[in-house]
Design a protein around this ligand. Structure first.
Ligand code: FAD
Length: 402
């Protein structure tokens, strides 16, 4: 089963014994919790699109290890075409969901570990790369959703991991056994962690020779004993659930459902360890990860912007503002309506919101759809400058458009 269906993804999450807290309360089932479900819907889209013939080239790839077609989110980049297709995939998913679809951290972590495990073996005569490739084959075969956990709480920013008053400020090895290691600490802002199958734990900084215990890279099942997720807070959390104005993107969620993940003495067997004490390779691993990861935003943010900009243009009430044949646009800078629209006044935002809600497939019978429409209606017709009877200043135009 190289490509999971969305239903199989959700069912497979149900099988995991994920320990998660939202708002201080233990969650009975991450799949059914209203705060988490929208983020699961988004990841389900990544599985759904991979089965559609028109998106096959962008959403899938041929594994260089098995020769089988796999999800592009589990693929090791082989050439520039793979890098271009990754960005195309991210843009497509951004256009489809209008939010963060969470799987790119795991993808970039896979690629960083693939290269680094090879380099450690070359330099140190270890056997990490073969072990990692065996793991990768399983990830590809089971089409796993992976979270990438790199950012530690870090404590005092001017001090190194080994200098922290609290050693748990950075994930580290607390016990070494013949069959594996025990790790302890936490990672922050884990995108999609709470609805992933496994977590790839990576060091988040370069380390000195005496900091071997912090040089640990490994895979940990999301339901492993001692793994605890604490779902991230957002300013509009409760309003979102109460159904007022600020419901955000009701079907697919806002951002990626970040969580703090705590590793409370978690045992990791040898077959899931891809770096264990090789401090001099940590900076290279972080650089690989960051290099792959930075490129992503050219795809996903572009796709998200497509939804909002396209929706705004589509529902623009003024025909003269719509693009003309050949790309020209009629403008009249002396027209007060035109000036209002140039500063992205609320009238246009309202129409953009209404259209965006439709474009991201929120059905009209959805209760939350009604709430989103209500949100859009809440925005006054006039921009703040116009409300007081004055013209909108240049300064105001800049801050409104930022
Ligand atoms: C939406 C979101 C999703 C994320 N998803 C993930 C994820 O999936 N996986 C993951 O691992 N991480 C994730 N992160 C974490 C992200 O990578 C970190 O937030 C980021 O690396 C910054 O780290 P920090 O928050 O600890 O900030 P800091 O490192 O504390 O930085 C804060 C500010 O202080 C400055 N600063 C830091 N140290 C010093 C110093 N010694 N001297 C002077 N200035 C300093 C920095 O330049 C910065 O301006 C996510 C974050 C967000 C917001």
């Amino acid at each position: 089963m190289a490509l999971k269906t969305p239903e199989q993804y959700v069912d497979s999450l149900r099988q995991l014994n994920i320990c998660a807290y939202v708002g201080g309360e233990r969650v009975a089932s991450v799949v059914d919790h209203p705060a988490i479900a929208p983020h699961i819907n988004t990841v389900a889209k990544t599985y759904e699109l991979a089965h559609q013939a028109e998106h096959r080239e962008v959403m899938t790839a041929i594994s260089h290890l098995s020769g089988e077609r796999v999800h592009r989110y589990t693929h090791i980049f082989q050439n520039t075409d793979d890098l271009v297709k990754k960005i195309q995939m991210l843009r497509l998913l951004g256009q489809t969901t209008g939010t963060c679809f969470q799987r790119c951290v795991g993808l970039d972590a896979l690629n960083a570990l693939y290269a680094t495990s090879f380099e450690i073996d070359q330099g140190e005569g270890t056997g990490y790369h073969k072990r990692f490739c065996d793991y990768l084959l399983r990830v590809q075969r089971d089409d796993l959703m992976l979270a990438g956990a790199m950012t530690d709480p870090k404590g005092h920013r001017a001090k190194k991991p080994s200098e922290q008053a609290d050693p748990d400020q950075f994930v580290h090895v607390v016990e070494r056994r013949p069959d594996g290691v025990v790790i302890r600490g936490a990672k922050l802002h884990n995108t999609g962690g709470i609805n992933s199958h496994e977590i790839l734990v990576l060091p988040g900084t370069g380390l000195a020779a005496g900091e071997k215990d912090y040089a640990i890279a490994c895979a940990v099942p999301a339901g492993a004993p001692g793994v605890i997720f604490i779902f991230g807070r957002q300013s509009n959390d409760t309003r979102k659930l109460e159904g007022g104005c600020d419901i955000g993107n009701p079907r697919f969620g806002v951002v990626g459902g970040e969580a703090m993940v705590v590793f409370e003495n978690v045992f990791v067997p040898n077959e899931h360890i891809f770096m264990n004490g090789e401090t001099k390779y940590c900076a290279g691993l972080v650089t690989y990860f960051a290099t792959w990861h930075r490129a992503n935003y050219g795809g996903c943010k572009g796709g998200n912007a497509d939804v909002l900009i396209g929706a705004t243009a589509k529902d623009d009430p003024h025909p003269r503002h719509r693009p003309q044949r050949g790309g020209a646009r009629q403008t009249d800078r002396d027209d007060p309506h035109e000036r209002d629209d140039l500063c992205l006044g609320n009238r246009r935002r309202r129409h953009g919101l209404q259209a965006a809600v439709r474009l991201i497939h929120v059905r009209s019978d959805d209760v939350q759809h009604g709430q989103a429409e209500h949100h859009a209606q809440c925005l006054p017709d006039q921009p703040p400058g116009a409300r007081s009877g004055g013209r909108v200043s240049r300064h105001h135009a800049r801050s409104e458009g930022a």
